[in-house]
Design a protein around this ligand. Structure first.
Ligand code: EPU
Length: 428
């Protein structure tokens, strides 16, 4: 029940270091289930989706050893269970990777539906299509997805839509299947490439990750490895938008600029100045923005996970911007929170029409999901008043010490703990 209290109006200035990527880390951590040896994973972000993944591995029987804050060793040798209960899966969308990983390891899996952010219906038909193509029988019984295959056999899989989750699950199930699997119309996100690189470092034979055709020659076994997770594209993008939105000047370090191109392009169009270095990006702005239109799309298009942050910035741009959501059915729920702060935004289905206002006003708001929560923090930093953001456990799922990193850039943001029925306490 913690909240952020933000005294806005301060341009962010200085340097911030980006942590490991959430969406790569959760896939890699659950992918260790397929290994026969010890996996040492480096550059792990300190976020609650990672803690959830580690807890799930531990409960399944893996030995887990924290080497330091960003490095973990996982020995999956003692995992005996192929069952993941709702208690294990309810907190995180990526728990659905347990289907592919347990099926790949045991030839069977029994997995409860995954939780995660609420953007409307989150179907798994394409995941099931991938498993069935490899020869698994899939049934849904008593609220659990049951998967079983006497032998997984490589096969062509054509994804009807571009989906990150189904691409990852099919890779996990196919990596030790007999023969060749070809995934067509595969998702191309950086975390898919990272997962493939991780599995290849254990001896897998996956080619084409990062393109829309991924070829997987099944191998008999996977050995232990040491692997470092890529930097988080969306955390980096969030700091870039925060820097621009506050009229700041920030060097965002430990990034892969190539992964940020679509975000950089839109920020430049909106009027920010951007300088790229090998592993850093500097962003400067005078706090005045041009209108622009955005359509979110699978990678390399503009990421849906940056949509709420950009809508927040465009809410003070000169003129009218149109933002279309091309990935999720219901990802504008947070707009009501922004309108409480004075934004003028009309939503019609998957399209938001944003009429720029001169400034946002402070107001109490809620973090309705992870990225919407980050957008509320940015909105709070943009006002000249005191904004309280509630329900920030959503933000903890994917941002490592967001308040601490923002304070490092000069922001006045405090995390306040509200124990049930207890005394309010500032904790950082
Ligand atoms: N879809 C189907 N059928 C399926 C699977 C997906 O119709 O079987 C649809 C979805 O309903 C959606 C679209 O396909 O409309 C894309 O879904 P996708 O499978 O790509 O999303 P995901 O794997 O569930 C991951 C990220 C999300 C991110 C999306 C899109 C992880 C753990 N989650 O979700 O990240 O929004 O890809 O890029 O990787 C976040 O980090 O805040 C977050 C929500």
């Amino acid at each position: 029940m913690d909240k952020f209290v933000i005294y806005g109006g301060i341009p962010l200035k200085g340097e911030v270091c980006i942590s490991g990527a959430k969406n790569a880390a959760v896939a890699v951590l659950l992918g260790t289930i397929l290994s026969d040896g010890v996996c040492r994973i480096e550059n792990i972000p300190n976020i609650s989706d990672v803690s959830t993944s580690i807890r799930v591995l531990y409960e399944l029987g893996a030995e887990v050893r924290m080497i330091n804050q960003t490095t973990i060793e996982i020995n999956p040798a003692h995992i005996r269970s192929h069952i993941a209960s709702y208690e294990m899966t309810k907190k995180m969308r990526a728990s659905c990777y347990l289907m592919g990983a347990l099926l790949g390891r045991f030839g069977k899996a029994r997995v409860a539906p995954a939780g995660g952010c609420n953007f409307g219906v989150r179907p798994i038909d394409q995941h099931i299509k991938g498993f069935e193509a490899l020869g698994a029988q899939v049934t849904i019984e008593g609220g659990m997805v049951e998967l079983e295959a006497s032998q997984l056999i490589g096969a062509p899989v054509y994804m009807d839509i571009v989906t990150v989750g189904a691409t990852i699950n099919t890779i996990l199930a196919a990596v030790k299947a007999k023969g060749l699997t070809v995934i067509e119309n595969a998702a191309k996100e950086p975390h898919i490439v990272d997962l493939a690189n991780f599995l290849n470092s254990m001896g897998a034979d996956i080619r084409g990750a990062g393109t829309d055709v991924i070829k997987i020659h099944g191998v008999a076994s996977l050995k232990g490895t040491t692997y470092s997770i890529i930097p988080d594209q969306i955390e980096a993008g969030t700091f870039m938008v925060a820097a621009a939105a506050t009229g700041g000047d920030v060097l965002v370090r430990n990034v892969i600029p190539k992964h940020l191109e679509s975000i950089t392009a839109k920020l430049v169009e909106a009027g920010a100045e951007i300088e790229e270095f090998d592993e850093a990006i500097r962003i400067r702005s005078n706090g005045k923005f041009n209108r622009c239109n955005i359509k979110t799309m699978p990678h390399p298009g503009f990421p849906t996970d940056m949509q709420p942050q950009m809508v927040t910035l465009l809410s003070v741009a000169e003129g009218t911007s149109i933002v279309s959501e091309g990935v999720w059915d219901n990802r504008f729920r947070y707009v009501d929170q922004l309108t409480k702060m004075g934004a003028r935004i009309q939503v019609d289905g998957k399209v938001a029409v944003i009429e720029g206002v001169p400034s946002l006003n402070a107001a109490p708001v809620q973090a309705l999901d992870l990225r919407a929560g980050a957008a509320m923090v940015i909105a709070g930093l943009m006002t000249n008043g005191v904004t309280e953001v509630e329900d920030i456990e959503h933000i903890d799922r994917g941002y490592e010490d967001l308040a601490g990193k923002l304070r490092g850039l000069g922001a006045n943001i405090t995390r306040v703990s509200i124990p049930a029925g207890g005394v309010v306490r500032a904790i950082s």
